[in-house]
Design a protein around this ligand. Structure first.
Ligand code: URA
Length: 434
């Protein structure tokens, strides 16, 4: 086979066979196919697309390009969860201990943040002592012991995707549905769970700005999951404003802990219960969604979810007392307030701008090698639909550098839109694919 011929074929809009896709993915992973040919191929895919069969084959080829995790020594149905990422998305930190407190087995690999969205691993590392790098043996032993573990994604998991994603990122070929769906699902399938619940975000802070695109991505990923024999479902959720009120690292862990105490923001709590009830159902531990949600609410009110969070933090070397005293999750001492300059209603908060403000404060990374400051962040006192009076504090910003704080404050100010009419915030759960 020659890569030149495959590029020509895709450019003409023809279908690639399973053998051709396997050959291409293996050749690229090994370094036999150069970046310039692979980038021509990804651009051809952007213009002519891939059908369902090709997308499924690309996913399986990328899954098989490295290690696949064998979770068979863990009894019960193993459930995984994936979010396409957004601003203030601390979901896994509350959701996984909650779901696990009902007996669902969770062996989750998570990523670090890049750009305006944060990553679960960075957020967890805001807990003093918490470790996310562990051997596969320790990871599986922890799930057998306490029911859950979260570790950083290993380099050997779907290496073809890692290489291809880095190439797409610099060749303007990220935003193609088949490429995104196969990229996400290759890692999920390699991670070995029996069931996968996907949280596909839609809105200004999400990868998919338009609802129709988010729905198409959800459908593509669910099809791939089912084709690979997994119980897979997706929820399409709102990311038109930040999730909850906290954006940063330590500050988001505080909010996740409060949620497990029943004191979380309404939108975030809704999301956690929606995803959680689907995970519990996938694990066969509830009769229906209502039953699953009731069980989750009980686990919050009787303290079992919080107790499981403490077990999880301890097992990974962290200080579990942060769950009782969230002030131990230190916030930066510099504080700036964003005040409303007029009366009215918050009509819009440009979501990715809030993520960029957190990044500017040092809460995220622009390039992979950047260090994160866990103590900086933003707390949104006012969200879409809230009434404000001139002078009201709409948001507070925690910083360790006045110049960065001032620059972020200016940007945050521009992200808030106040008008005369009250706008109802969008529903958290927009749709579902199963
Ligand atoms: N996240 C991924 O893992 N892959 C993509 O292609 C896009 C988002």
């Amino acid at each position: 086979m020659r890569m030149y011929d495959l590029i020509q074929k895709k450019k003409a809009g023809a279908e690639l066979t399973r053998e051709e896709i396997d050959w291409m993915v293996q050749g690229y992973t090994k370094g036999d196919i150069p970046d310039y040919q692979m980038s021509a191929m990804t651009m051809a895919i952007c213009f002519t697309g891939m059908n369902e069969r090709e997308t499924g084959d690309l996913t399986l080829s990328m899954r098989d390009s490295g290690d696949t995790v064998d979770l068979s020594s863990i009894s019960g149905i193993k459930v995984d969860k994936h979010s396409t990422g957004g601003v203030g998305d601390k979901t896994s930190i509350a959701l996984l201990p909650l779901v696990s407190s009902l007996g669902v087995k969770l062996a989750k690999m998570s990523g670090r943040g890049l750009g305006h969205t944060g990553g679960t691993i960075d957020k967890l590392e805001a807990i003093p002592g918490f470790k996310t790098d562990m051997s596969m043996e320790a990871f599986i032993a922890q799930v057998n012991d306490i029911g859950m573990a979260i570790m950083g994604q290993t380099a050997d998991l779907a290496p073809a995707d890692k290489k291809l994603y880095a190439l797409r990122d610099v060749t303007a070929t990220v935003d193609q549905m088949s490429l995104i769906a196969s990229s996400i699902m290759s890692k999920k399938l390699a991670a070995g769970a029996d069931a996968i619940v996907l949280d596909v975000k839609s809105g200004s802070g999400a990868f998919m700005k338009e609802f129709d695109d988010a729905k198409a991505l959800a459908e593509a990923m669910v099809k791939i999951g089912k084709h690979a024999g997994k119980n897979c479902r997706a929820v399409i959720t709102n990311m038109d404003e930040p999730l909850g009120r906290a954006v940063g690292n330590a500050i988001e862990v505080r909010e996740a802990i409060d949620t497990l105490k029943g004191k979380g923001p309404e939108d975030f709590t809704k999301l956690v219960l929606a995803l959680g009830s689907r995970m519990v159902l996938c694990a066969g531990l509830a009769a229906d969604l209502k039953d699953a949600e009731d069980k989750l609410k009980t686990a919050i009110s009787d303290g079992s979810a919080l107790a499981q969070l403490k077990r999880f933090i301890s097992a990974q070397g962290g200080d579990p007392s942060v769950a009782d005293d969230t002030d131990k999750l230190k916030l930066a001492e510099g504080v700036m307030e964003l005040k409303a300059d007029r009366d009215g209603y918050v009509q819009r908060i440009i979501c990715d701008e809030v993520g960029i403000c957190s990044l500017m404060l040092g809460g995220g990374r622009e390039k992979k090698s950047d260090e994160i400051d866990p103590s900086v962040g933003i707390y949104l006192y006012k969200k879409v639909g809230d009434e404000v009076k001139a002078g009201d504090v709409m948001a507070v910003l925690y910083h360790n550098d006045k110049d960065k704080g001032n620059a972020a404050l200016e940007r945050l100010k521009a992200a808030y839109h106040i008008g005369d009419e009250r706008i109802s915030p969008k529903e958290m759960i927009l749709d579902e694919v199963d």
